[in-house]
Every structure is written in C-alpha cells, then in structure tokens.
Design a protein around this ligand. Structure first.
Ligand SMILES: [Fe+2]
Ligand SMILES: [Fe+2]
Length: 294
C-alpha cells in the first residue's frame, strides 16, 4: 500500500487475505450457472443448451453472429442456435456461450478510466484460441476445454476492476508511475489478479481445471508438479501479448525450457504458432471486436 491511514490499511489487508472477498464478489450470473451445469453433466444434450441460450436474446444473437463470421468460414447462413450447434458443434457453442455470458456480465460492471475492457476480452479470446491450438498437438488433454481456460485465465483482473475499484486504481497508479506491467504493479501492491480470480472461481464453483489455470497461469508448477492446462495457457498468453491481439505487449512474461519439455513442444513449433497468429490477428479482431464493443 502506497499511502493512507490505518483504516485503509486494515481494509486492504482484509482484501489481500481474502477475508472480505467472498462478500464483495458477486454471485454467479444465472445463465452462466446453468451453462456450467451442462458442462459438468454428461447426460445433458445440445437441446438443454439451446433451451438456456434461447431465453437470453443478447446471448443467442451474439452466438449466431459469431457463427456467421469469417472465423468459422461457413457457407450456410446460421439463423438459430440449433443450426449453430449442427454447423460448428455442441462443444463450440458451449464455449461461445460461456465466453459471451462472461463478457455480457462484466460489460456494464467493469468500467474504469485507464483500463480497456474491450482489449482485455480480445486478449482473453486470443489466449483461448491459441491455447486450444497448442493443446491439439501438445499434450494428452481435452483441447476443447482449453479454449474456455484461455477465456477465463485473467478473469481476476476484470473482477478487480469491477469490484475492488480503489485497489485497482492504486495498481494502475503504480503501473503508470513506475512504468511497469500490470502484473508487476499488482505484485508491488500485493494483490494479484491470479488470487482475485481464484476467489471468484471458487465462489462461482468453476471446474477444477479452470481454477488451476486462473491461479497458476503465470507459474504452472505447483509443488514441482506441472499443471498442463496452466502451462499451455501461459505459453498462449505470452504469444498473444507478443503479437498484440488485444492488450499491450508485456515483455516481462517468459516461459521456461522445462515448460516446453513438459508440453513436448519445440521452439520451432512455438515460432510457427506465433507466425500463424500474426495472420489470424485481423480475423480475431474483426470477428470478436464487433461483438465485444456492442
Ligand atoms: Fe494473467
Ligand atoms: Fe493474460
């Protein structure tokens, strides 16, 4: 804490220790809770998902719009959620529904001078797309779930912005005064987005892979055990920052040689993904940028 009286100190201390976090953070939005219940129940079908989405007009309109975008390159025109399920698949519609529901929820809440929530989501989407790309070739892991892991990886930052505005302002002040990255500013202040994200993920009862990714995507080793999803997202996060999809570059982020080894990836492969991302960048911005800013 840079300045302030003893009351401020106690308040910040309580937040840092998570004492006040549970009360300050919101309850999970109803639509998102319903989508998660489908995610965790093998008996639920595409029809159950359609029934949830169709009652949320904004959600269904955005999913249909993304399905018709250049990103999927479909020849047919998608006009309903059930057609979207047939054309791009049940899992993909689930992924889109989670992403759009999160964006819709934080859209009105996370407004803060000096922080672009639009760029934040573009970054998160870029990380989702690249994480899935890497997961498809690198490890024995459900690649499709990596898209959503990427979408939620920095959720703590948008939660900080929306629900801890004083603390978020202090972090932005440190970033500007010391000309450092957001992550470094959070570390100096003593309240990282990975921790706030963990509180939110636990309160909202996210699946365990999401909780691990949110908490550990900057340090994917927990007690020397490599967390594959967190490791993939760390790599994707760095590549997305480098190529400038969404948020500004962050040179302080690096991956380790052992991470690549654990993911069974080579430097050449990573360079190839980076090159591919440069050509995909405009499509990502075009497809998602218009949705995010609506
Ligand atoms: Fe992060
Ligand atoms: Fe990130």
């Amino acid at each position: 804490m840079q300045s302030g009286n003893i009351t401020d100190y106690i308040k910040v201390k309580k937040i840092r220790e998570g004492v006040d976090a549970i009360n300050t953070l919101p309850t999970i939005p109803v639509t998102l809770e319903k989508i998660f219940s489908i995610l965790e129940d093998e008996n639920k079908s595409a029809r159950d998902l359609e029934n949830i989405i169709k009652y949320d007009q904004s959600l269904s309109a955005k999913i249909i719009s993304v399905s018709n975008s250049a990103f999927y390159g479909l020849r047919m025109q998608i006009t309903t959620i059930s057609r979207a399920v047939v054309a791009i698949g049940f899992t993909e519609v689930k992924n889109l529904a989670i992403s759009v529901a999160l964006m819709n929820f934080f859209k009105t809440k996370a407004k803060f001078p000096g922080f672009s929530v639009d760029k934040f989501w573009l970054h998160s989407i870029g990380v989702g797309i690249v994480s899935r790309m890497i997961a498809r070739i690198s490890a024995n892991i459900d690649a499709e779930s990596l898209f959503t892991c990427g979408i939620v990886h920095d959720i703590g930052r948008v939660a900080l912005c929306a629900y801890f505005p004083e603390e978020f302002k202090a972090i932005l002040d440190i970033k500007n005064q010391e000309n450092c990255s957001m992550l470094e500013a959070e570390e100096r202040y003593g309240l990282k987005h990975t921790l706030v994200g963990r509180w939110l993920a636990e309160k909202w009862q996210f699946p365990e892979a999401f909780v691990q990714t949110i908490s550990c995507h900057h340090h994917p080793y927990e007690q020397k055990t490599f967390l594959t999803a967190a490791g993939i997202v760390q790599l994707a996060d760095i590549l997305v920052h480098r190529t400038g999809v969404g948020e500004e570059p962050d040179d302080s982020l690096t991956w380790s040689v052992s991470s690549l080894k654990d993911l069974e990836l080579t430097e050449d492969y990573v360079s190839g993904v980076e090159e591919g991302l440069y050509s995909l960048k405009d499509v990502i911005k075009e497809t998602w940028g218009s949705l995010i800013s609506v």
